[in-house]
Structures are given as structure tokens and as C-alpha cells.
Ligand binder design. Sequence first.
Ligand SMILES: Cc1ncc(C[n+]2csc(CCOP(=O)(O)OP(=O)(O)O)c2C)c(N)n1
Length: 323
Amino acid sequence: MQLSRDDLKRAYRLMFTIRAFEERVDKEFALGNIPGFAHVYLGQEASGVGVCFDLSDEDWIGSTHRGHGHCIAKGCDVKGMMLEIMGKAGGLCGGKGGSMHIADMSKGMLGANAIVGGSPPIAVGAALTQKVGKTGKVAVAFSGDGASNQGTVFEALNMAVVLQVPAIFVFENNGYGEHTASSYAVGAPSIADRVQSFGLPCEVVDGMDFFAVREAMGRALEHARSGRGPYALESRCKRFLGHFVGDPQAYRTPEELAEARAADALPRFRFGVTEAGLLSQDELDAVEAAVLAEIEDAVQVALAAPFPDPGRDLTRDVYLKYA
Ligand SMILES: Cc1ncc(C[n+]2csc(CCOP(=O)(O)OP(=O)(O)O)c2C)c(N)n1
């Protein structure tokens, strides 16, 4: 479980890539360069990166409508993502999926999902494939606190236990489902309490702490890979911005928003690794500079790229990828 210096750099690079990517998506959306809707993951970086850090391309994840961070954590190419979000040809899904439908099978990314509670059933099917194929790999389903109230999720949890599949359910509790607080809408004392009643372990983890999430995920992976069935995490995180880009958040006080920012996982990570003498400020600054250049390049390429040709591309690659 010990992390090397390269591992620590990779973790910071991934978290900072999500941060910079999402800040840019927020900006480009405001400029009118992104069609449709965008839900950014700002604040939740440590959760997605901690969960995906030890997964291989053959371990699968299913995501949510807030999926850019999960894609990046799972290794999707940021240029391909930016092209996709701007609806351009050359995007990871040919520019036809957009923000809420990014998938990349080569990275084990089964897809973002606009249907709240959509990923757990898919992950159970994927986990059954892993079990039947004796791959030793897992399938992970990300869901929000709002999604944790969905019937689809209850059925998926039950079936995962019945079939004893290597599924890992990650409930990212950022305190809100759209504009409704999870403290109001989740009827059980916690998501973890309810999930455990289905007959699988569920740990509560500080989703603002990369190290805590990765360690909890390590226990989940050990459990699922050793044939002991499904496992779950309730990752408690902070959503820095609104439900969607442009949400004025009238339902949150300035104090609450300041508290969320004060819990920021990135400075926390920086402080931890520099205080421990594992990485220097300069090394971390260099990571940030490289990422910012990569994002700038992705944006410029995406802005200049053509849209898909409706006559030629509209009906292609819909159910099947053609060569
Ligand atoms: C089945 C379904 N119901 C409702 C919606 C509308 N909707 C989109 S996001 C959202 C809230 C989801 O909240 P949560 O699961 O907590 O995720 P978060 O936005 O906090 O990441 C809702 C109700 C939807 N997309 N799908």
C-alpha cells in the first residue's frame, strides 16, 4: 500500500488535472463554447482519484452525470474529453455523447450516465462478467447521495449480494441531490447504514482525503477480488460549485461555501507530502504547470476542431463501433 514518489506525483497530477479541467469547463461553458449541460466535479477530486488509483484498464467503472473527474481518474485522454464536451469530431465518442455520456472502453470507462442511479445496475452486470470470466477484476459504480435513494440502486445492491459479484459501489455524498440536502432526503441515519442492510460491508470515508479514500478502496478491492462479493464506500465530499454550471446556489450560505473550500483536498495533499519531505513545492508546481499547458492545448484543439458531419456521422457508431 506504500506509495512511491512517482505514485504521489501521479495522484497529484490526476487531482490537479481534474481541478484545472473543470475550472476550464466552467469558463468555456460561460463563453458559450460547450453545448448542452455541464455538471462539474470541483471539490470531489480526491474521491475519484483515490477510488480509481489502483484500478487497471481491465477493471470497469460506471459514472454519473458529474463524470469528468471519474473519466480523468480512470485515465481518459483530456484532449479527447474536451473535444467530446464541445461536441466536436475527434471526441472520445465522436462528439455525439457530450458531457454526460463520455465512455472509453479502452480505459475501462463504461460511461458517464445521465440517468441518476443508472450505473449500479450496469456495474452489477459488468461485475458478473468479471466473475464468470474469472478475470480477478472488479466493476465499480459511482453514485451520488441523491442516487442512493433510487430503486435501481436497491435492486443492484441486492442482486450484487445474491450473485456475490466483485462490484464496488461508491456513493459520493456531496451533501446535495440537485438543490435538496442529503440530510433531508436520505431517510436512513446515513447512506452507509442503509447500504449495509443489504448484506454487504459499507465504509464511511473522508472523501476530501486522497490517502483515506485509497486505503478504503484497497480494502474494497481485496474483498471483491478475493471472491467475497460486493463492497461499498460512502465517500463524504464537498461540492464547491452548484448542481450545474450556472446554478446560483441560493440554498447554501456563504459560510457553508467557505467551509467547503477550507476542506480543499489539493492543498491538504500538498501540505501532507511536503511536510513529510516526500515531494517538494517545486516538484508540485512543475506538475501544475505541465497540466495547465496540457489543458490549454486541449481547449485550443477542441475550439478549432470541426463538428461531426450530420449526413455522414449521425447514424454511425451508435450501437456498435465501426472500424
Ligand atoms: C432517473 C433520474 N431522475 C432525475 C434526474 C434529474 N437529476 C439529474 S442530477 C440529479 C441529482 C443527483 O444528485 P446526486 O445523486 O446526489 O448527485 P450529485 O449531483 O450530487 O453528484 C437529478 C435529480 C435524472 N437525471 N435521472
